[in-house]
Ligand binder design. Structure first.
Ligand SMILES: *Cc1c(COP(=O)(O)O)cnc(C)c1O
Length: 404
């Protein structure tokens, strides 16, 4: 019996990409093999994370790394590490951070729902700057001097949410923060590919960088990477790993956790709920290796084929199709279907709702509905599913045109 039948859930067509809501990215066979392989042996998790640290450090050009339960967990752990360092009294106190510096400066225009993960560690975010272009009130965005002007005795770090278009430029923010002896935590969850971002973001000197493991890396959905300074990765690891051991027996790998800097063995930390299994760690490392090898680039022709099949299936309808093909040669193409809402008599939002409610449920990308556009991401599609998706979209458009 197929698993979907046993669970009583119909399989869906996922044209939304690697989103968490729909289960993330498909894991390639090599990643699943690593997952299965790890299930058949036991290993001290701190030692496995020690191996992961070396691999991640090599892949990112940083000193150390940690496999986390997603980029969100990496942000909480990274923020916690910046608040506590190796101070176990502070670790015990989190998320209450009174009594020591616990403010992070952030550009107001970079605020987003995921920064709850940073606040969860006990950080208070201090917003600076404006995006006067979006506000329609001017020509400038947040500038580096505004970040620096907010630094004070309560500042513990800077949160930076990375994208190609982020302002102020990361390098300037890192330089300004370091001039004040402050660390920078970068949320780069969805910034892979391109492969070069694995190194380029940390190469600015950013102290900690968080990536998702379950997006384009195609590791387990519930994994992520935190990489950067060894003296911060150590405290992050301590606050995540199970530390129910005798201080005299506990011997974590010294390149991951510097036991000599701890006044004792801390209790279970703020990240204890973010545990990562040995299977997930092994699978994430396999995914990282595949991603680095360029193996995923071989899927690009299939992605284009799928989007072409959708375009063909929609010919003659009151819509406009456009394939957006990122110039980096690594990122998947995306199909934008602009619905002529007047001619169709139905909004893109309504079509999207009906696609989800049909059989099979079809989940198209929903980021541009306000502009009357459906998006098709090919990561989870094969050509048959692409044709079926086109048929469902065409049905909803024709049904609307008939009834109006
Ligand atoms: C996806 C995302 C996250 C969360 O990543 P997970 O790996 O799902 O925890 C955080 N920040 C940004 C900007 C994201 O896009």
């Amino acid at each position: 019996m197929r698993l979907e039948e046993e669970l009583g859930l119909p399989p869906i067509i996922n044209a939304s990409g690697s989103v968490t809501r729909l289960g993330g990215a498909p894991m390639p066979p090599g990643v699943l093999e690593a997952f299965h392989g790890a299930a058949s042996f036991c290993v001290p998790l701190d030692q496995l994370q020690g191996v992961a640290s070396l691999r991640i450090a090599e892949a990112t050009g940083t000193e150390a790394g940690l496999v986390t339960s997603g980029a969100s967990a990496a942000l909480t752990l990274g923020a916690a590490a910046m608040l506590t360092g190796y101070d176990i009294g502070r670790m015990e106190q989190l998320p209450r951070a009174e009594g020591f510096a616990h403010e992070f400066v952030v550009a107001r225009e970079q605020r987003n729902g995921y920064d709850h993960a940073v606040r969860a560690a006990g950080v208070r975010l201090v917003e600076v700057g404006f995006n006067e272009i979006v506000a329609g009130s001017g020509v400038r965005r947040t500038e580096t001097w505004e970040v620096a002007a907010a630094f004070g005795p309560r500042t513990a770090g800077v949160l930076y949410v990375y994208s190609d278009d982020s302002r102020p430029p990361l390098q300037e923010v890192v330089d300004a923060a370091h001039a004040h002896g402050l660390p920078v935590l970068v949320d780069a969850a969805g910034e892979l590919p391109p492969r070069r971002n694995l190194r380029a973001i940390a190469a600015t000197g950013a102290d900690l960088v968080a990536f998702s493991g379950g997006k384009a890396l195609r590791g387990p959905q519930s994994t992520g990477i935190l990489c950067g300074r060894r003296d911060l990765i150590g405290p992050a690891a301590v606050q995540m790993l199970d530390v129910d051991d005798h201080p005299a027996l506990w011997s974590p790998p010294p390149h991951l956790i510097d036991k000599t800097r701890l006044a004792g063995l801390p209790r279970q930390g703020i990240g204890r709920g973010f545990k990562v299994s040995k299977e997930e760690i092994a699978a994430l490392l396999a995914a990282l290796r595949l991603f680095l090898s360029g193996a995923y680039d071989r899927d690009l022709p299939r992605f284009h084929q799928c989007l072409e099949a959708v375009v063909q299936g929609l010919e003659g309808l009151p819509i406009r199709c456009r394939v957006l093909d990122p110039a980096d040669g690594e990122s998947p193409p995306l199909l934008e279907i602009a619905v002529d809402e007047k001619a169709v008599g139905r909004t893109a939002m309504e079509i999207c709702r009906r696609l989800r409610a049909g059989l099979p449920p079809v989940y198209v990308g929903h980021a541009a509905l306000a502009q009357g556009k459906l998006l098709v991401h090919p990561l989870h599609l094969d050509v048959d599913q692409a044709r079926l998706l086109a048929r469902r979209v065409a049905e909803e458009i024709r049904a609307a045109s008939r009834s109006s």
